[in-house]
Design a protein around this ligand. Structure first.
Ligand SMILES: Cc1cc2nc3c(=O)[nH]c(=O)nc-3n(C[C@H](O)[C@H](O)[C@H](O)COP(=O)(O)O)c2cc1C
Length: 219
């Protein structure tokens, strides 16, 4: 529970109560703030210290270049795409004064599986959102339907194994708003307990939610 966690630790409070506001606006984050956000992203779990991710910061006209590349990506993937769809893609990076593109950059030939490297990259997204939120900024993870295309790959210097995992919009939190908390998800819906031979039971209940345990396997 957000309130309880907050009483225990500001870090837990941030984890449980972070919410995105409408798209960030206003002046871009300062270089020092951007550095804190980027630094936070580099501290994610990273098996083998491969840092299988990298970040491209777009501010000012860089956002328009990124937007044009996203529009080109849509046109390349769907030559019949309506102009409104292309325009929407083009406008995406303009939704905030700063955009940090998250690039998954897996190390090929490593014995760390690709999925772990991708998972590490995804953690970077959340770390940046949390760090931005902790700084009092608006910080929202966004993406688009088409995230590949010749121009986009060129603009971001994407290697053959690299992929865009969306981007973090950063800017002022609009009007200092505090968005409503997300309705709490009952933990019994998403968490279960494996205890010896017993079947899986939903967290905090006696409700059996799966065969689980060794007993079922023996049956
Ligand atoms: C990889 C990724 C991409 C996302 N892309 C979008 C997006 O393009 N548009 C959008 O409205 N929300 C997107 N979201 C969701 C928002 O970042 C955010 O989580 C959502 O608006 C709910 O707000 P909340 O996290 O404060 O509950 C994305 C989330 C992730 C993890």
């Amino acid at each position: 529970m957000a309130g309880t966690a907050g009483a225990a630790s500001p870090a837990l409070d941030l984890l449980s109560s972070r919410r995105v506001a409408p798209d960030p606006a206003g002046t871009p984050p300062t270089p020092a703030e951007l550095e804190i956000v980027l630094r936070a992203a580099t501290s994610v779990p990273d098996h083998g210290r491969l840092h299988p991710w990298r970040f491209v910061v777009a501010t000012g006209t860089g956002r328009a270049v990124l937007g044009d590349a996203l529009a080109a990506a849509v046109m390349e993937a769907r030559p019949d795409a309506p102009e409104a769809t292309v325009a929407k893609a083009r406008a995406k990076p303009m939704a905030a004064p700063a955009v940090v593109v998250l690039v998954a950059s897996p190390v090929t030939g490593s014995n760390v599986p690709l999925w772990e490297q991708h998972a590490s990259a995804a953690c970077c997204g959340h770390a940046m959102v949390l760090a931005g939120s902790a700084l009092g900024l608006g910080a929202v993870w966004k993406s688009a339907g088409v995230l590949t295309g010749t121009r986009l790959r060129h603009v971001l210097s994407l290697g053959p194994d690299e992929a865009v995992f969306g981007w973090i919009l950063l800017g002022a939190r609009p009007g200092g708003t505090s968005p409503a908390l997300r309705p709490e998800i009952p933990l019994a819906q998403v968490a279960s307990v494996l205890d010896g031979d017993r079947p899986l039971v939903a967290w905090g209940t006696a409700e059996v939610v799966g065969h689980g345990g060794m007993t079922a396997e023996r049956q």
